[in-house]
Design a binder for this molecule. Structure first.
Ligand code: SF4
Length: 321
């Protein structure tokens, strides 16, 4: 069952170009439709600048959507009234990439964790204290940590605090935006395992954003591959890693040597991601695709259903159904 349904979501920015001062439109997220099922981890993969974080921020209402719907538990978040939004904000939480920047440096950890409970619940001081200690403990922090400030912790500990803060209101859905990419490799594994454990303990659903394919392979149930603000391929983790269809997905996998076996088709991408202010006509990937055909420059490929769970936008894709 879908917990979150995104329908034709678009996010655009206006920006002034260089010294000419000409206004241009940046198409950060283009007409994305996505379903996130209760209890799953859906990963969003793609290069920096492809719109992954903008998508997460739009779901959290930290960016304004210029079109489409975000349906959470059957209600369009973009049309919710104040009371409904308050409830939505309790149920949907976010973990950011940089735990230091996302914590208030002037607040002790206890106060950081207690604040959402004071604002959103009727708990007594005693109940708040117990909830804060229990949640910190679940995130791998001891009671002594609660008396300290964020600068007194290592990066990994700070991310545990950020995770505890995301959990404190007992949410249903967590958006994790590159939650381990700012951490040392040895700490990354601890935090990934912690997220996996907490998913089971709290019965959580995750939208997990990362450019690290090995982390995605280990953690996620399904993967959506994003390119220039569009989902170009979506499938189960096995489908995306073992039977990818889109040339861009194959190129991403080719960039991780341990995932592809010797002899597998490798696509090495040339050039940079085009500017989202100047989107190519037709298939957005045609400027870098080694299989580009004349039709790719003129028409946008429709979504092809490969299996019941695997969909791809490419003229070369052939349905197996
Ligand atoms: Fe490449 Fe054409 Fe497929 Fe786009 S539609 S990925 S350009 S083959």
């Amino acid at each position: 069952m879908a917990l979150l349904n995104i329908e034709n979501l678009s996010v655009e920015y206006k920006s002034k170009r260089g010294i000419t001062g000409k206004t241009e439109t940046i198409h950060a997220v283009n007409n994305i439709s996505l379903e996130i099922n209760k209890g799953e981890i859906l990963a969003v993969a793609g290069e920096s600048g492809c719109g992954k974080s903008t998508l997460a921020k739009a779901i959290m209402l930290l960016e304004n959507a210029c079109g489409g719907k975000i349906i959470f538990e059957g209600k369009n978040v973009l049309k919710m009234n104040k009371a409904e939004l308050k409830c939505f904000r309790q149920k949907v939480q976010m973990i950011f990439q940089n735990p230091y920047a996302s914590l208030n440096p002037k607040m002790k950890i206890f106060d950081t964790l207690a604040e959402p409970l004071k604002i959103n619940t009727d708990l007594t001081n005693e109940q708040i204290k117990k909830t804060v200690i229990d949640t910190a403990c679940k995130a791998g922090l001891d009671e002594e940590c609660l008396k300290l400030y964020p600068h007194e912790f290592s990066g990994g500990q700070r991310q545990r605090i950020a995770i505890a803060r995301a959990l404190i209101l007992n949410p249903e859905f967590i958006l994790a935006d590159e939650p381990v990419s700012a951490l040392d490799v040895s700490i990354q594994a601890q935090i990934i395992n912690l997220l996996k454990q907490l998913k089971d303990d709290y019965n959580l659903t995750f939208l997990f954003i990362s450019h690290d394919l090995s982390v995605i392979k280990y953690l996620s149930d399904r993967v959506a591959v994003m390119y220039l603000g569009e989902i170009v391929e979506i499938g189960t983790t096995d489908e995306i890693f073992f039977t990818p269809e889109h040339p861009y997905t194959k190129a991403l996998l080719s960039s991780v040597p341990q995932i592809t076996k010797t002899g597998d088709e490798k696509i090495i991408l040339e050039g940079d991601l085009p500017s989202p202010a100047d989107l190519p006509q037709g298939c957005k990937f045609h400027t870098r695709c080694p299989y580009c055909m004349p039709v790719c420059r003129e028409k946008m490929p429709d979504e092809t259903r490969i299996t019941d769970t695997h969909y791809v936008k490419c003229f070369l894709a052939k349905s197996m159904i």
